[in-house]
Design a binder for this molecule. Sequence first.
Ligand SMILES: [Zn+2]
Length: 207
Amino acid sequence: MYRLNDSDTSLPTIPVHPIGYGDAQHLLSELGGDEVQDTWKGGLNITYRYGPGFTNPNRKVKMSIHTSREIRTIYNVIGVINGAVEPDRYVLLGNHRDAWVYGAVDPSSGTAVLMESARVYSQMIKKGWRPRRSVMFCSWGAEEYGLLGSTEFVEEYQKILGERAVAYINIDSAVVGNYSFVAKATPLLQQAIMDATKKASLDSNLV
Ligand SMILES: [Zn+2]
């Protein structure tokens, strides 16, 4: 694979580091400048302002950040069930595995769904069932850093995926907020999603 130099990539040139909301609240609550527009206001009990700088111009922030610049090995874990009728057509289910912190919602709630789906599929296969098309369960590494795991996979198998992949379903944060169903997809999949949600609500009525 041809590799770009770091300077050619889209990696940000401004140092960025995630912080907890407790630290963020201290910093945000002391920002100067005008009050932000409504859509920029967050959930903290403070007045949100644009900045730049703090209300006290002598205020300074010193951050000690312990991150190192090094090459690391990343892993994708792929499981495949061969289809019974169209084994050369692939349906991919995927989620990333790396997280910023503990990853309870992002990505582990999605990984729980991915793993449970794989377990249920394997139970059905033991009873003699086979999917029509091949199903691939994909657990990606290094998503948070810039979708690196899945990108490497697609770059390596671009030709074969271009010819054979039917759909890719991404999970990521499967459970967050209230119980509203949320799906985003290419327009081609709209009807498939509508049909699937109708089946799901029908099933829960039966239970
Ligand atoms: Zn995620």
